[in-house]
Design a protein around this ligand. Sequence first.
Ligand code: C5P
Length: 243
Amino acid sequence: MNIDEARKKLIVALDVDSTEQALDLVERLKPWAGMFKIGMRLFYSQGPAAVEGLCRRGVKVFLDLKLHDIPNTVSQAARVLARLGVAMFNVHAAGGRAMMRAAVESCRKESAVLGIPRPLVIAVTVLTSIDQPAFNRELGLSGPILDRVVAWALLAKECGLDGVVASAQEAAAIRQSCGPDFLIVTPGIRPTGAACGDQKRIVTPAGALAAGASHLVVGRPIIAAPDPVEAARAVLDEMGASV
Ligand code: C5P
């Protein structure tokens, strides 16, 4: 894979408190990542201004707020998010069919009114921090995680969503069930030798790509590294990027 293809697949999580820190990371990492993820930490600290600031600079933003509420509330929230100009945002598949449909429909309408591209909408399946015992005993859900993830991916696809967030451990099964164009965005990526932290269902960058992931989300292994640029380049290297 050439370096540009690999770069487009890499999403760096801007899990920091301040807009200054986020902008500094974006400036340094822009040549090495195709998209930047704003999650609840930066959003709750800095608000929509942080998102708009990056979008205005032409940065592709994945807004990872994991919407999960009744359909009407999610529909209105999705409409508001579409106005921010993000490239992608997510909802929880556990919110169900009506909620996922409402999210896609309202941001489609709002984007059409504004004359901007509709943000990609993807569904969070089972968090990568949940392992099989926690899934069954703490969440009280039966069966293997894999079956639930594939079932939710199929439901998300049926609702018109563009893809899912899942562990790369489930990527091959999702790819087989949902086809070649479905986005499979995989956090829980750990380069060889990196600390797991709270992540449980982890996969290496090369493993995730081999399993069919379309995008790799990497946070701490890059942003908490002594040299984030060197760490991002190492991830691209592990993705098999050649210059
Ligand atoms: O630091 P790390 O590489 O573990 O960061 C992964 C990022 O992906 C975090 O921002 C986390 O909130 C997010 N994420 C996740 N698992 C999901 C969905 C999002 O780890 N299922």
